[in-house]
Design a protein around this ligand. Structure first.
Ligand code: GTP
Ligand code: MG
Length: 344
């Protein structure tokens, strides 16, 4: 009864063509995108903070280096977002926690505000506020994989501007609908950007940089990170496609609502393809990893970015994907309705 009929609906939706007038909404989606992009002034302030903190920290640890990572460096950051910094330091004597505590002391002495060392977090950090620029930031230690995946995302964004447009709108939707909260069992911003890259790879708007001849190589904790990073040579790659941001949004939500096979598929930007859960041995729960939605990390390939999703939040997520897909298909005002705040 119920099972069969819901499958029939799914099957019909799978083949549903995009509404003919989807491009009427492109100007509104683009103006939402523009309104979220940080200003040049803000980006300059972030650089200024990086420079001044580097100077303070280098006095104490001359061989250390401070990196920007996360949304303020991967080009998918909204204006007024917090700044993620990573201190790379080679000190065999000190544990990560000791480094965090000493870092907090150094910053205190340099007159930074609201300093909070969080040594028991999964990723230990120091939080602080810089009174000069008014910016808040988190500093972690030796998390170089995050610095490298930040560069990969930024490199992809340079190939086709539609990636950034799509990912900004998807992140904005996820924040409005409260499905961008990893501590509540939904997906990280990082996972959403990977999902957008994957869609554009399937539609041949983006290449798969890790399958091309590598021009950039680093090894971080036994993970080989190698890919083609001369992306200025690829800026015509997607030019054959006339997909607009509205059509891509429709395709994104349609894919996650009706096309993705949650029982069998893993999305992988490392290969530019869908791979099988079977092959990765992600078919059952292992420890806390449930693998209910499978998104392979590009470098840490044993890592499922969907591992935080549980049997309750997978339902919430899929209902939100369906809601969004239906709004893009039928709503008279999708660029408003899509972002209506979720009210519990
Ligand atoms: P905002 O929501 O705008 O703050 O986005 P964000 O890009 O800062 O996202 P997020 O807080 O999800 O992650 C910050 C950075 O940490 C990402 O850009 C990645 O570099 C890294 N990161 C986050 N989650 C993971 C993860 O599960 N695995 C790995 N390897 N890196 C991650
Ligand atoms: Mg962040």
């Amino acid at each position: 009864g119920h099972h069969v009929s819901s499958q029939r609906i799914r099957f019909q939706r799978r083949n549903m063509p995009c509404r003919y007038d989807i491009d009427r909404f492109t100007p509104s989606f683009l103006s939402i995108f523009e309104s979220l992009v940080p200003s040049q002034e803000e980006i300059a302030k972030q650089k200024q903070l990086l420079t001044s903190l580097s100077r303070i920290i280098n006095k104490e640890w001359p061989n250390s280096k401070l990196y920007l990572y996360g949304s303020c460096a991967n080009s998918f950051g909204f204006s007024n977002s917090d700044i993620d910094l990573c201190l790379s330091i080679d000190d065999k004597e000190m544990s990560k926690v000791d480094i965090i505590l000493k870092l907090a002391d150094i910053l205190q002495a340099a007159n930074l505000r609201n300093i909070q060392p969080l040594t028991r977090a999964r990723v230990p950090i120091v939080k602080l506020m810089d009174p000069e620029t008014g910016l808040s930031c988190d500093i972690c230690v030796n998390n170089l994989l995050a610095v490298v995946n930040t560069k990969l995302l930024r490199d992809y964004a340079q190939i086709d501007r539609r990636l950034r447009q799509l990912a900004f709108i998807v992140k904005h939707w996820a924040k409005s609908r409260r499905v961008n909260e990893t501590y509540q069992g939904t997906l990280s911003s990082y996972a959403y950007v990977i999902m957008c890259i994957h869609l554009l790879q399937l539609r041949r708007l983006l290449p798969c940089l890790q399958e091309m001849e590598a021009t950039y190589f680093v090894t971080v904790d036994e993970n080989n990170c190698a890919y083609f990073d001369q992306v200025d040579k690829l800026n015509n790659y997607g030019a054959h496609s006339r997909d607009t941001v509205s059509r891509l949004l429709w395709a994104f939500f349609h894919y996650w609502a009706y096309e993705h096979d949650y029982t069998k598929d893993v999305i992988s930007i490392r290969t530019g393809r869908i791979i099988s859960k079977e092959r990765k041995d992600w078919t059952r729960r292992v420890g806390n990893d449930r693998h209910l939605i499978c998104i392979e990390d590009p470098f840490e390939i044993s890592h499922d970015l969907g591992r935080v999703v549980d049997k309750f939040t997978i339902k919430i997520l899929r209902e939100e994907f369906e809601r969004a897909a239906n709004i893009l298909q039928f709503d008279l005002n999708p660029s408003v309705t899509l972002f209506e705040p979720y009210v519990p």
